[in-house]
Write a protein that binds this ligand. Structure first.
Ligand SMILES: [Zn+2]
Length: 165
């Protein structure tokens, strides 16, 4: 079983979910859905269209709370036969927007490819757009500014206790 260890290394603990066949994007963290389509282009190139969908749990770098990042990433790869067909690492201007080349072979590691796709989606500094803690504080302030909350029986009890001492 492939545990996506390179991805998990940089992330907080992810929930464990049941293994299921998903017809559409997962709605909970802990599951990665992958859809792969092979196709041949007009100029006779083999391509892989890889769709990766997941909900990654990240740690917000501002409030350190959990942050769920929905991933829905589609990438087109061009399959080549040999390493030598990959070309040099330098990207020519005309290569921009072209599918990334990968060597298609029986040893081809699809899990590693999917993992790379997920890693590319993880922001360098993950942050909530608005941290929940700040939102809570705002809501509390608003509540206090508004109507007086009736005291809960426990609050009354604790007051009695203090008086009795
Ligand atoms: Zn946050």
């Amino acid at each position: 079983m492939h545990r996506l260890e390179r991805l998990l290394e940089g992330l907080p603990e992810q929930p464990v979910a049941e293994l299921t066949v998903l017809e559409s994007a997962p709605t909970v963290p802990g599951v990665v859905r992958v859809e792969i389509e092979g196709r041949r282009t007009k100029d006779d190139k083999s391509q892989l269209v890889v769709l990766v969908q997941a909900n990654l749990v990240l740690e917000c770098q501002r409030c350190l709370g959990a942050l769920v990042l929905p991933v829905d990433r589609q990438t087109v790869f061009e399959l080549v036969r040999r390493e030598s067909d990959l070309g040099d690492d330098e990207i020519d201007e005309e290569d921009l927007g072209q599918p990334e080349k990968i060597v298609g072979s029986p040893k081809f590691d699809l899990c590693a490819l999917v993992e790379d796709e997920l890693i590319l989606e993880v922001p360098y500094v993950p942050r909530h757009e608005a941290c929940p803690e700040t939102l809570d504080l705002d809501a509390q302030a608003e509540e206090q500014a508004g109507r007086e909350e009736p005291l809960s029986p426990f609050a009354v009890l604790s007051q009695l206790k203090t008086k009795g001492q």
